[in-house]
Ligand binder design. Structure first.
Ligand code: IPE
Ligand code: IPE
Ligand code: MG
Length: 245
């Protein structure tokens, strides 16, 4: 890695266990530079490496990134094809390094409609990294929150779970994020103020952090700022404020 990094002190802060990111703004980043949208997606893909390194450095335990939504299939075919190619390339180029870093990959979403060679790459990546425990990296790919909930409901019905047996905890165990704690912090780049079908069950009480920065420009220091902002929030979970002692 080139360049001296500015030291960022996180000791006064509580680091969120699970950070989820809606990586948005690749297209506008490219447009700003008079480049094709695909160039924005390539820059966005490169940025994932920077943010993984920062998560390891900051001791974040779980990172979830929104890479491709069920709705994104509706984009022009050329763009969808380019995105699939970029995702394949990221796996090819980054897998060894991710494994060496102790990253455990999970896939959130479905494989329906995904090219068989990409499906195979994903399977290989999950298998290779399954015992790693430094950072869990959930990649939401071909993912939609509503589709995830429907998938869970179908499984629950198929398993013959009775209405009385069904609890929030049991329901959560049917989601792609089974076994993992809910996100504490959801970051959305590019200034949009919506959730776009991302972790709609799991993020019920997450702190939401929108930032105008486009995803390819969102770096280590921006993640640090988001953690600082998270520390200024008071998470109440529906209760009354903590009394001052
Ligand atoms: C996010 O960037 C990447 C994906 C949704 C795959 P966009 O492509 O949505 O970029 P904008 O929102 O058009 O700027
Ligand atoms: C959300 O971004 C999906 C991903 C980042 C993969 P979009 O750009 O698709 O969301 P909308 O269309 O602005 O809601
Ligand atoms: Mg977008």
């Amino acid at each position: 890695m080139g360049g001296q990094q500015k030291p960022l002190d996180l000791t006064p802060y509580k680091v969120p266990t699970h950070v989820a990111i809606i990586m948005d703004g690749n297209g506008r980043w490219a447009k700003q530079r008079h480049l094709p949208r695909q160039a924005g997606h390539r820059a966005g893909a490169e940025n994932i490496r920077r943010i993984i390194n920062a998560c390891v450095e900051f001791n974040i335990k779980i990172l979830t990134i929104y890479a491709f939504s069920t709705e994104n299939w509706g984009r022009p075919e050329r763009e969808v094809r380019a995105l699939m190619k970029i995702i394949s390339r990221v796996i090819d180029q980054e897998l060894d390094e991710l494994h060496a870093q102790g990253v455990c990959l999970h896939h959130l979403g479905s494989m329906t409609g995904v090219d068989p060679s990409l499906q195979e790459r994903v399977r290989r990546a999950l298998e290779l990294t399954k015992n790693n425990d430094r950072l869990i990296l959930n990649v939401a790919f071909n993912y939609g929150g509503r589709a995830e909930i429907l998938h869970a409901v179908r499984q629950i019905l198929a398993d013959g779970i009775s209405p009385d047996e069904l609890t929030e905890e049991l329901f959560s165990s049917y989601l792609f994020t089974r076994g993992l704690p809910d996100p504490d912090l959801v970051i959305r780049t590019s200034g949009e103020l919506r959730i776009s079908n991302f972790l709609i069950w799991q993020a019920a009480y997450a702190e939401y952090y929108p930032t105008p920065t486009y995803w390819p420009d969102f770096g280590r220091e921006d993640l640090y700022e988001a953690i600082v902002a998270y520390n200024q929030r008071e998470r109440r979970f529906g209760l009354v404020p903590e009394p001052v002692s």
